[in-house]
Write a protein that binds this ligand. Structure first.
Ligand SMILES: Cc1ncc(COP(=O)(O)O)c(C=O)c1O
Length: 317
């Protein structure tokens, strides 16, 4: 059972242009209604693939190199070989953005799977047609209500896994662990799941990284068991560079419940405030530390985009 129209951290303002998107499917730009992969695709059949979420600002993909590092590390770890370089990936994303008339306020889900299998079984050697590469770009402005109201979290029984089962650092197509957690949160009347690590410490949410603020100190998990979020790392670095005390540490729900502020991080929503955890309201509703971090993050994106533009110009001279 799912709660219809419940807010999610990926709620975007309605945009009618999204009805007519062109999707990149293995080198072709196809209308979204006709954009399909084979039922034999290893991504569809097994969740055997990796993906990245990226955002377009003023014609550039924010923190592109960080996203490519994570993607190529994951592909290497599962021996999923592609001919494309990060520059080729940028070219295909740019071509898709151009085909959709996008220069900003756009979100991309880039998906790379082991490709079509010759038989409907698990063995990776059955994928013999080369990888499948798909890029879905949508016009996307995070919904205003999230930035104001915040999100309701519920702690859930589903925990983050140990790295020797399915390492949480894989942004794999198989998100079942997170999906189960999200269902549990919905069933508890919340919008998103707050997941614990195998020892019971607060770790992350099913789709974003999680931070709390206590007495002007910013806390997040040690980084074990959670996605190595690009936004998470940027927030930690920004705190360090701007004199905001930040700690990557173990802490429990006890400390999360009594935090002054709590927020999520992710490429889509940047920093999203948390309104409540397990029905307990977080802080007073004032969010001075998160507000400062949001402003610093905005500046960091502008700097990153300007740097990328400069490098492009220099490369064309
Ligand atoms: C489980 C999970 N945590 C956190 C994140 C946020 O990562 P990023 O900041 O790189 O978008 C994601 C995004 O893919 C995710 O799937």
């Amino acid at each position: 059972m799912t709660t219809e129209n419940a807010p999610t951290t990926h709620d975007a303002e309605d945009d009618p242009r999204n009805a007519d998107l062109k999707i990149w499917v293995n080198g072709a730009l196809v209308h979204k209604d006709e954009a399909v992969v084979s039922v034999y695709d290893s991504g569809f059949m097994l969740g055997d693939g990796m993906w990245e979420g990226m955002r377009l600002y003023d014609g550039e993909w924010a923190f592109f190199d960080d996203h490519m590092d994570r993607l190529f590390n994951s592909l290497k770890a599962v021996s999923l070989e592609i001919d494309e370089t990060p520059d080729d990936i940028r070219d295909l994303l740019d071509a898709t953005a151009k085909a959709n008339g996008m220069t900003g306020d756009a979100h991309c889900r880039l998906m790379i799977t082991r490709g079509r299998k010759v038989k409907p079984f698990q063995h990776p050697s059955l994928s013999r047609s080369g990888p499948t590469i798909v890029a879905i770009l949508e016009h996307s402005k995070p919904a205003e209500h999230l930035a104001e109201k915040g999100i309701r979290l519920a702690s859930v029984p589903q925990v983050r896994g140990l790295p020797h089962s399915q390492d949480a650092k894989f942004n794999s197509h198989s998100k079942l662990n997170c999906v189960i957690a999200c269902l549990q949160a919905e069933q508890a009347g919340a919008d998103e799941a707050l997941m614990l690590d195998p020892h019971g410490f607060v770790n992350t949410t099913n789709a974003c990284n999680f931070f709390i603020v206590r007495k002007d100190e910013v806390w997040t998990s040690t980084g074990d068991y959670c996605m190595n979020g690009v936004t998470r790392q940027k927030v930690i670095d920004l705190c360090r560079d701007n004199g905001i005390p930040v700690r990557e540490k173990n802490y429990s729900l006890y400390e999360a419940y009594s935090a002054d502020e709590a927020f999520l991080t992710g490429t889509f929503g940047a920093q999203t405030p948390v309104a409540s955890i397990d029905g307990k309201v977080v802080g007073s509703g004032d969010r001075p530390v998160m507000t400062r971090i949001r402003a610093l993050y905005k500046q960091l994106i502008a700097k990153d985009i300007a740097g990328q533009k400069q490098r492009r110009t220099a490369a064309h001279q």
